[in-house]
Design a binder for this molecule. Structure first.
Ligand code: ZN
Length: 303
């Protein structure tokens, strides 16, 4: 599988912040980073069904390097170890469902062992990262140039600007074809590309987005009067029923890679955490994974 070709690294500027004091940067513990993560992406914003926070690792362990990634796959864990990261922060949980064993005779058990035996902590920032300001859908909306952005579903325990999905307006009317090209241009390159339902020459201005799987939000999308809805993992029945229920043929649908739609958040998240830690005088090197964890490798299309 090809690595993501839009690698971005974010490093804290703690060295600059410390210049003049003559003191070495303070060592940072995993527990301190947990507090910084909570400040940026509070666990109270996570959905009820979700499992976020620290998965493996000792709060007293010292952290000098952090890797951000979408999925805690074997390849990503090895990338974190090769980088020398003492902490891997992933968007998706490794252990979302209850487990009674982490014996190394399953893929997830092996992952837990590899993490602990290599001294690599694992932390999950999932729907709390989706919902927060500067979260997954916010970054997607920003990359598309949307303005007057608001959540599709406001957070139950948050501010009005926090919640799942976003809707906003382009600064100009675009054809659906040109908008899809814009979508294609901002996302990392993946085998599945970008799928579109609707008239290529139809005009769009109001855009709803939800990074990751968003086919539970069609009601909110219709209520938002969006011309087009961009999300991932659109299955046949929800997608075809949404098109049957379209008014004036809208909302059009754009289906993208789940991985790609969420990868966009990683550089912004790495930068945000780097800034918080740097402001506290901590010197931590933070990178974004270059592993493409989209499960698809190639596609055949007619013509
Ligand atoms: Zn996801």
């Amino acid at each position: 599988m090809e690595p993501v070709n839009t690698a971005v690294s974010a490093e804290s500027d703690a060295a600059d912040a410390d210049s003049g004091t003559g003191e070495a940067p303070a060592a940072v513990t995993l527990g301190t980073i947990q507090l910084a993560v909570e400040e940026l992406w509070p666990e109270s914003l996570a959905e009820d069904w979700d499992e976020v926070g620290l998965v493996a690792g000792h709060p007293n362990a010292e952290v000098t390097r952090i890797l951000f990634a979408v999925d805690p796959t074997t390849a990503v864990i090895e990338e974190a170890i090769d980088f020398g990261a003492e902490l891997l922060i992933t968007h998706h949980p490794l252990l979302l469902k209850g487990v009674t064993s982490v014996a190394a005779n399953t893929a997830k058990g092996k992952a837990v062992h590899r993490l602990i035996e290599s001294g690599t902590a694992l932390m999950t920032v999932h729907t709390n990262g989706d919902s927060a300001v500067g979260g997954v859908s916010d970054v997607l909306a920003d990359a598309l140039g949307l303005q007057n952005v608001a959540p599709l579903t406001p957070a139950a325990n948050g501010l009005p600007e926090e919640g799942i999905g976003r809707v906003g307006e382009l600064d100009e009317v675009l054809t659906l074809g040109d908008f899809a090209a814009r979508v294609f241009g901002i996302l990392p390159s993946v085998a599945g590309g970008v799928r579109v339902s609707g008239d290529r020459d139809g005009l769009v201005r109001r855009v709803a987005v939800c990074g990751g799987a968003g086919d539970s939000l069609f009601g909110q999308v219709r209520a938002s009067n969006a011309d087009v809805y961009l999300t991932a993992d659109l299955r046949h029945h929800p997608a075809s029923e949404a098109r049957e229920a379209a008014v004036n043929d809208r909302p059009y649908l754009i289906d993208v890679s789940h991985f790609a739609s969420e990868w966009l958040w990683l550089p912004a998240a790495a930068e945000a955490l780097g800034n918080v830690l740097a402001d506290q005088g901590h010197d931590v090197e933070i990178r974004v994974s270059t592993t493409n964890s989209d499960p698809w490798d190639f596609i055949l299309t007619p013509g």
